[in-house]
Design a protein around this ligand. Structure first.
Ligand SMILES: Cc1cc2nc3c(=O)[nH]c(=O)nc-3n(C[C@H](O)[C@H](O)[C@H](O)COP(=O)(O)O)c2cc1C
Length: 233
């Protein structure tokens, strides 16, 4: 079973009459998915554009429903959680998750955060036990691979970059990915968009090439265990 879950988070479209307005992160993710589909037999491909069709923000009623035991939930509470249930089912089914995201205000778009807020849910994607001491949360999913594709206007957000302390997008995605059951992470970044110079062209070309080569190298390996595993060579 090889299931890909692809989440795009830019509010911009892949295509635009003015090519300068096209989403960079979505186009890199598209290159990755197109190459992957050529290389591997994909059983299921699930796509969500949360940038253009964002999930609802959670609210007080949502939290009330989550903390009501399942057997005691009213019909209204079940309806409130229906989207969350669906999004969690998509994550659970995925062997490989691809998240493409712009950097907005040094972090992720609110639309993508709304998606995570619907998914990281007690007794669904993590459980909570004070017997574990200072680390009571434990993820319930495991074994997944995550490709993070980002685009930013500025540059130098790597650990050794000139804006290392301002880059909250990838570190936040890495932290949250644990609760999606992610155990292997690959990163592709395009930078310098706001400078619109040769550095941007190089960065974008490198990112597109990396997307292709990663998709070519990520191969599915059916192991003896029931779970399908991916290997990066
Ligand atoms: C609302 C908004 C906030 C942004 N904030 C940042 C930022 O904090 N740092 C940065 O480097 N670029 C920032 N940018 C630039 C985007 O990251 C850049 O345009 C990127 O290419 C957008 O991704 P997309 O091309 O996939 O839509 C921002 C752009 C917008 C529209």
């Amino acid at each position: 079973m090889k299931t890909i879950l692809h989440i795009d988070a830019s509010v911009r479209s892949t295509f635009n009459d003015n090519p300068r307005h096209q989403s960079i992160s979505k186009n890199i993710a598209k290159r990755f998915i197109q190459t992957l589909k050529k290389q591997s037999n994909i059983d299921e491909y699930i796509y969500r554009d949360v940038g253009i069709n964002p999930p609802a923000f959670i609210n007080q009623d949502w939290i009330g429903a989550v903390f009501t035991p399942e057997e005691k939930r009213t019909t209204a509470q079940k309806e409130i959680l229906a989207l969350s249930d669906q999004l969690i089912a998509e994550v659970s089914a995925a062997d490989l998750i691809v998240i493409s995201s712009p950097m907005y205000n040094y972090g992720m778009p609110a639309q993508l955060k709304a998606w995570f807020d619907q998914i990281i849910r007690i007794n669904k994607t993590f459980d909570f036990d004070l017997a574990r001491g200072d680390f009571p949360l434990q993820p319930l999913l495991s074994g997944k691979h995550l490709v993070i594709i980002t685009s930013s206007g500025e540059f130098g957000f790597d650990a050794d970059g000139i804006r290392a302390n301002q880059g909250h997008l990838v570190p936040h995605l890495r932290t949250l990915s644990k609760y999606l059951g992610v155990e292997h992470i690959y990163e592709i970044a395009s930078e310098y968009q706001e400078f619109a110079d040769a550095r941007h062209q190089n960065s974008l070309e490198n990112a597109l090439n990396q997307a292709e080569s990663l998709a070519e190298k990520l191969i599915f390996v059916d192991q003896k265990s029931p779970a399908t595993q991916l290997e990066y060579k």
